[in-house]
Design a protein around this ligand. Structure first.
Ligand code: PRP
Ligand code: URA
Length: 209
């Protein structure tokens, strides 16, 4: 069964508190998406396997550690996941990056696919799927379906804010996927928006509304 890790960290509460405010500027909002994604990835990378390597310090030889095997692949869901990718690439610059294009049909709330481009060796890598918002869960479920259809087995899902409804849907559809959440909010409204939430993440990042 999937692990659901809720960060519940003071820095994340503080930064998301600023992001929730309706008068926070586009630039500040975008920068905070990047910062909170970095904080979540710190936890999401906690149990990556390590291997010993010999290094020479200015004083002596010693055994240090490095991440074993192929490095990660991060897969932001367009559009809003892109700025989470920037944050994680600050910490893990060697990660490869794939992109999934999905948007929610605002009538049916069902996701519509429009793009998929992954590194050729994605199936050999651990994949972090990134999207700030886990609302109904439809986009996350379809994104991971798209990856699994292409042979990907190891997936974690990282989001800034989740609704309980979305977490349940994702756990049920993909019980093998661990879910990392900045803050778990209360519920969805009748239009499928997270309450209290922060509004439409893509629009707030790109200033499109
Ligand atoms: C938002 C968000 C998620 C999705 C979450 O994207 O970034 O991808 O909604 O909702 P769900 O859990 O109910 O599927 P949106 O569809 O607004 O697309 P955008 O990023 O292009 O604005
Ligand atoms: N997508 C968003 O960007 N925000 C929500 O609250 C729900 C879906």
């Amino acid at each position: 069964m999937a692990d659901v890790i809720i960060m519940d960290h003071p820095l994340i509460h503080h930064k998301l508190g600023i992001m929730r405010r309706k008068d926070t500027s586009t630039k500040e909002f975008r920068d905070l998406v990047t910062e909170v994604a970095m904080l979540i990835s710190y936890e999401a990378t906690r149990n990556l396997p390590l291997k010993d390597i010999e290094v020479e310090t200015p004083l002596t030889k010693t055994i240090a550690k490095e991440i074993a095997g192929k490095k990660l692949c991060i897969v932001p869901i367009l559009r809003a996941g892109l700025h989470m990718a920037d944050g994680i690439l600050n910490l893990i610059p060697n990660a490869k990056v794939g992109h999934l294009g999905l948007y929610r049909n605002e009538e049916t709330l069902e996701p519509v696919e429009y793009f998929c481009k992954l590194p050729s060796d994605a199936a050999d890598r651990e994949i972090f799927v990134l999207d700030p918002m886990l609302a109904t869960g439809g986009s996350a479920v379809v994104a991971i379906d798209m990856l699994k259809k292409r042979g990907i087995k190891k997936v974690r899902f990282l989001c800034l804010i989740a609704a309980p409804e979305g977490v349940e849907r994702l756990k049920k559809a993909h019980p093998d996927v661990d879910i990392y959440i900045g803050i778990l909010d209360e519920r969805l409204n009748e239009k499928g928006y997270i309450l209290p939430g922060l509004g439409d993440a893509g629009d707030r990042i790109y200033g499109t509304k």
